[in-house]
Design a protein around this ligand. Structure first.
Ligand code: ADP
Length: 461
C-alpha cells in the first residue's frame, strides 16, 4: 500500500478510549477531532481534542455515537483524513467502514471483509476451522430449530451453550445444563438475540467447565506482516465480562502458550488481516485450547500489553493505516522472536457500579476524585474529575488502573496500594470489590478460571 499522510483524526467514540486515542495522535503530531452527544456536552473527552463537534442532534444518547452520516458529515466538513472508531459503538460496523472508504476517509482498523467475518461468531468459527485451529465443538453455523440443539446435546452431552451469532460484550449467551431446560433456554435466547442484536440467529456449542480465557494480541500491516504481541489472561470475569486482566498469563506451559500464539498468527495471516485485532481462546484444565472469537479492533485491555512489550498499540494502528511497514521506521517494531514480556502488568476496570446493589450503575456528580499514581502506574480515565456528572446513558467504565512491575507479586502489590489510594465521593464505585479480587489468595496464586468471581461469594462483602 502507498503511504498516505494522516494530518487530522476524528475519534468516533467517547470516554477514556477517545482520550487515549487523542493522546496517541498528539504525540504523532496529528490534529484531533472529538464528537460528543448533547448529553456529553460536559464530558472530558470533548475538551481533550483540538476541535469538538456536537453529533446526532435530536437522537437518543447512544444513537448519537452511531450516527454514521452525521459523523461522516462532520469529518468531511472539517478536513478529517482518518477516523478511529475505538471499541464498541461503530468499531465493528462494516457499513461505517464502507462509508468511510466511499468518502475517501481512512478507517483506522481492519478491512470491511474482516468486520463482516468476525462480527458474526458462526463465520468466525468457520475461518478458524479453515485455518486448522481447534474450535469449541459446536453446531455447523446457525441452527434453525430446537431439534438441532437437541441433537447436538445428545451427540456431545450437556452442558451446552446457546450463543447469539451477533452477540458481544458478554451478552447473548445461555448455559443449558439439562434436557429439561433446553426448550425454555432456546426460546429465550432467540427472543433476547432479536431484542438485543436485531437478529435472532443463534448457534450452540459445548459449554466448557472452568476454562481460562487467554487472548493473543495481533497487529498486521499492509505489507504482509502479521505479528503477535504475546497474550493476556482475562479469566477474571463477572457474567462473562472482563473485570481484571493480566499480561502475560501465568502458569501456562511454553507449549500451550506458543501453540496459541502460532494459531492466532495463522488465523489472522490466513484472512490477510489488517491492523490491530485479538484472537480469543478458552483453555481447559487439561491444557487444551479452543478458539472462541476474534475482536477486530483495539480492546479495553490493550494497556497491559503496551506495558509489557513497550509497543504503543494505538500509534501502531495509526501508522499501519498510513501504510507503514511494521519493521521499518517510524514503527521499527521488534521481529517476532524478539517480542518478549518485560515484567507483568495488571489492569482493573474501575466502574461506577455498586457491588452492594447487584452492580447497578450509579449516576450523579463526582464530589471528590483523588487517584493513586507513582512508578509503574497507568491511569486511563474518562470522566475522572471532581465535578464530573455521570449520566445513565453510557457504559459505567470510569477509569482503568494498570500497574506494571518486574514480578507479578510486585504488580499486584502496586495495584492494591493504588486502589487503596483512590478516593471517589458522590458516586458509588466497584473499588472495594476490586480490592477483594486482587487480594484473594486464588488470584494472587494465579489459579483463577472464568468461574472465579461467580463462585466466590466472599468477594462481594
Ligand atoms: P463476547 O463476544 O460476548 O465477549 P465471548 O465468545 O468472547 O463473548 O465469550 C465471553 C466469555 O464467555 C468467555 O471468556 C467465557 O468466559 C465465556 N464462554 C464463551 N463461550 C464459552 C464456552 N463454550 N464454554 C464456557 N465458557 C464460555
Amino acid at each position: 500500500m502507498k503511504n498516505r499522510t494522516i494530518n487530522k483524526v476524528l475519534v468516533a467514540n467517547r470516554g477514556e478510549i477517545a482520550i487515549r486515542i487523542f493522546r496517541a495522535c498528539t504525540e504523532l503530531n496529528i490534529r484531533t477531532v472529538a464528537i460528543y452527544s448533547a448529553e456529553d456536552s460536559g464530558s472530558y473527552h470533548r475538551y481533550k481534542a483540538d476541535e469538538a463537534y456536537l453529533v446526532g442532534k435530536g437522537k437518543k444518547p447512544i444513537d448519537a455515537y452511531l450516527d454514521i452520516e452525521g459523523i461522516i458529515e462532520i469529518a468531511k466538513a472539517n478536513d478529517v483524513d482518518a477516523i478511529h472508531p475505538g471499541y464498541g459503538f461503530l468499531s465493528e460496523n462494516a457499513e461505517f467502514c464502507k462509508r468511510c472508504d466511499e468518502e475517501g476517509i481512512i478507517f483506522i482498523g481492519p478491512k470491511m471483509e474482516h468486520l463482516i467475518t468476525f462480527g458474526d461468531k458462526a463465520k468466525a468459527r468457520d475461518a478458524a476451522v479453515t485455518a486448522g485451529i481447534p474450535v469449541v465443538p459446536g453446531s455447523d453455523g446457525p441452527i434453525q430449530s430446537i431439534e438441532e440443539a437437541q441433537a447436538f446435546a445428545e451427540a456431545y452431552g450437556f452442558p451446552i451453550m446457546i450463543k447469539a451469532v451477533l452477540g458481544g460484550g458478554g451478552r447473548g449467551m445461555r448455559i443449558v445444563r439439562s434436557k429439561q431446560g433446553l426448550k425454555d433456554a432456546y426460546e429465550r435466547a432467540k427472543s433476547e438475540a432479536k431484542a438485543t442484536f436485531g437478529q435472532d440467529d443463534i448457534y450452540v456449542e459445548k459449554y466448557l467447565e472452568s476454562p481460562r480465557h487467554i487472548e493473543v494480541q495481533i497487529i498486521a500491516d499492509s505489507h504482509g506482516h502479521t505479528l503477535h504481541l504475546l497474550e493476556r489472561d482475562c479469566s477474571v470475569q463477572r457474567r462473562h465480562q472482563k473485570v481484571v486482566e493480566i499480561a502475560p498469563s501465568r502458569h501456562l506451559s511454553d507449549k500451550l502458550r506458543e501453540g496459541m500464539h502460532e494459531a492466532a498468527v495463522k488465523l489472522m495471516a490466513n484472512v490477510n488481516y489488517l491492523n490491530a485485532g485479538t484472537v480469543e481462546f478458552l483453555v481447559t484444565p487439561d491444557e487444551q485450547f479452543y478458539f472462541i472469537e476474534v475482536n477486530p479492533r483495539v480492546q479495553v485491555e490493550h494497556t497491559i500489553t503496551e506495558l509489557i512489550t513497550g509497543v504503543d498499540i494505538v500509534q501502531t494502528q495509526i501508522l499501519i493505516a498510513e501504510g507503514h511497514d511494521l519493521f521499518e521506521a517510524p514503527l521499527s517494531l521488534p521481529k517476532q522472536e524478539a517480542v518478549r514480556a518485560n515484567g507483568y502488568a495488571i489492569q482493573c476496570r474501575v466502574t461506577t457500579e455498586d457491588p452492594a446493589n447487584q452492580f447497578m450503575p450509579d449516576t450523579g456528580k463526582i464530589m471528590a476524585y483523588r487517584t493513586g499514581g507513582g512508578f509503574g502506574v497507568r491511569l486511563d480515565a474518562g470522566n475522572g474529575y471532581q465535578g464530573a456528572v455521570i449520566t445513565p446513558h453510557y457504559d459505567s467504565l470510569l477509569v482503568k488502573v494498570s500497574t506494571w512491575a518486574l514480578t507479578f507479586e510486585a504488580a499486584a502489590a502496586k495495584m492494591v496500594r493504588n486502589l487503596k489510594e483512590f478516593r471517589i465521593r458522590g458516586i458509588k464505585t466497584n473499588i472495594a470489590f476490586l480490592e477483594n479480587v486482587v487480594t484473594h489468595p486464588s488470584f494472587v496464586e494465579g489459579s483463577v478460571d472464568t468461574t472465579f468471581i461467580d463462585a466466590t461469594p466472599e468477594l462481594f462483602v
